[in-house]
Ligand binder design. Structure first.
Ligand SMILES: NC(=O)CC[C@H](N)C(=O)O
Length: 451
């Protein structure tokens, strides 16, 4: 694999902007940015960087699974920059750039442990059919006051006139105005990072917001979502705020999702979910059936923590089922009303805590398996599935149950690799052991006083 150098034009702006360092970054399995920083002069000359292969599977508690999941001698990978992603870092005072990288093993292949490789593996299966997925992620997140004691509930930030948001406040503009300086920085940060945003809204929860990204290529959108979450957190810190992408940060309030709208186009750009006469195609129904058949066993990839499963409660617009239906927000797989060229399905299951590469890989992978196997979906749901009780046991309700389902099935290793499937499950076991090793505030509050 040829090691890339920045183009003459890129080298020129790095020099002209006085960029001192370039971050060679990638998302680990938790979705957190990791990598190394290189002086810009060395980057321009094409200096290669290596990093331990295991960094891609660092758990959210900082520990790694056993070495057998990444190589007994703890080997390196090469960080291979994707020069199309080279950008100025918006949150840095000293001029700095970042470039997103693939992790490449010594044999020149993409390391199967890296989330960007997992998404590329699924996209290659689409490409082999001459198809390209089109996706649009929607991200919800909360803004909180900083320095919360980890044992205390998050607090909404102070607003103009010393107000604090309480209760539901969906689609208001007032709080967007309260945080105008923060949102201005987010907008210009998005521009610098090449993140194409569409609509912004105040979501239902106190200081909960949603941003929709413009639909497009899946790898580009995974990169943009990863960068957006990093931008969000860094910008919030600079404004004395805390941006939180946990799936369920506040008890009794809505959780935060990362819905994924998805369709597929052929080489001529035609949406394969529609027939020439405008009706839904067989592919569309197979695709939905694939989501229904495989999303449950892939759930740890897009609902990755014990907290993720707290989001799935009825009547808070979070899905509790794998039903599908047209213009129906009570189902997990919603088909928005659209013309034939925009026919798509919205997977409402992923939380905002998901790693975007893995959430997209799982969602696109499940749909593709349905097409490959020509599966048939259930009949579309009609009416409110929350109240009809069609909440089924098709979805696991804890991370433990989801992991057991993933291990019992084969979709993860079929879509990615046996190595990735084993390593990912091992990371989740490390995190679960740490979670179960903590005594919670609830236990202290209610159990300590019992005789
Ligand atoms: N935008 C919405 O439809 C709300 C989604 C809801 N917050 C969830 O957790 O899934």
């Amino acid at each position: 694999m040829q090691h890339p150098v920045p183009s003459a034009e890129q080298a020129q702006w790095l020099n002209a902007d006085g960029v001192r360092d370039v971050e060679l970054a990638f998302a680990d399995v938790t979705g957190f940015a990791r990598g190394k920083t290189l002086p810009a002069k060395a980057f321009i000359k094409g200096q290669q960087l290596r990093i331990a292969r295991a960094v891609a599977i660092q758990s959210c508690v900082g520990e790694f699974p056993d070495y057998r999941f990444y190589g007994e001698n703890d080997p390196d990978v090469t960080l291979l920059p994707d020069m199309a992603t080279l950008r100025r870092v918006p949150w840095a005072d000293t001029p700095r750039a970042l470039v997103l990288c693939d992790n490449v093993d010594h044999d020149g292949s993409l390391s199967p442990l890296a989330p960007r490789s997992a998404l590329k593996a699924v996209l290659a299966r689409y490409a082999a059919r001459g198809w390209t997925p089109v996706v649009a992620p929607e991200l919800e997140f909360y803004l909180f006051a900083p320095d919360a004691d980890a044992d205390a509930a998050f607090q909404s930030p102070a607003l103009r006139g010393s107000r604090r948001e309480r209760g539901f406040d969906a689609f208001s503009f007032s709080t967007l105005n309260d945080h105008e300086a923060f949102f201005d920085d987010i907008y210009s940060g998005c521009e610098q990072l090449g993140i194409q945003t569409d609509t912004w809204v105040h979501e239902m929860g106190p200081s909960q917001f949603e941003i929709n990204l413009m639909h497009g290529d899946a790898l580009a959108l995974a990169d943009q979502t990863f960068l957006f979450k990093t931008l969000l957190k860094e910008t919030a810190l600079r404004h004395g705020l805390r941006a939180v992408c946990m799936a369920k940060p506040l008890a009794g309030e809505p959780g935060s999702s990362m819905h994924i709208h998805q369709s597929v186009v052929d080489a001529s750009g035609r949406n394969v979910f529609s027939q020439a006469n405008g009706e839904a195609s067989h592919v569309f129904h197979h695709y939905i059936a694939g989501l229904q058949r495989y999303l449950a066993e892939l759930m740890p990839l897009y609902c990755p923590s014990p907290n993720s499963y707290r989001r799935f409660v009825k009547n808070l617009a979070a899905p509790v089922n794998l039903s599908w239906g047209v213009d129906n927000r009570s189902v997990g797989l919603r088909v928005p009303v659209s013309g034939p060229e925009a026919r798509r399905v919205e997977n409402r299951l992923p939380g905002c805590d998901a790693n975007p590469y893995l959430a997209l890989a799982a969602s696109l992978g499940a749909g593709l398996l349905g097409v490959e196997e020509e599966l048939q979906p259930s009949a579309p749901a009609v009416g409110n599935v929350f109240s009809s009780g069609e909440d089924s046991s098709e979805l696991p309700s804890t991370l433990e149950a989801a992991l057991a389902g993933m291990r019992a099935g084969s979709a993860c290793s079929r879509l990615f690799s046996a190595e990735f499937a084993a390593a990912y499950a091992a990371v989740k076991e490390v995190e679960l052991a740490s979670f179960q090793g903590e005594i919670t505030a609830w236990e202290r509050r209610f159990l300590a006083t019992l005789a």
